[in-house]
Design a protein around this ligand. Sequence first.
Ligand SMILES: [Zn+2]
Length: 79
Amino acid sequence: MANTTDADEDGPRVPIVCPACETTSRIPLADVADAIDRHNEQLHDGDDVAAVDPDIADRIADLAASDLGLLEDDGDSSH
Ligand SMILES: [Zn+2]
C-alpha cells in the first residue's frame, strides 16, 4: 500500500515556463492545463505563451501514466 514516489499529496508538480513573463511556476499536475489557460488568458489575451517546460513535457505523459498506474512496473525499480 505504501507506494513511495516523489509525489506529495497534490501529486507530481510540473514546471510551467512563460518566456514573455520570464517566470517559472511549479503547478500540481492536475492543475497544469488550468493554470496555463488562466495565465495566458489573463496576461496574454489567450495567446499560447506559457507552457509546460519543454524539458519536462516529454515526461508528463509518463508521469501522468505512472500516477494513474497505467504503466507496468517492469522491474526498473531503482530504489
Ligand atoms: Zn506570461
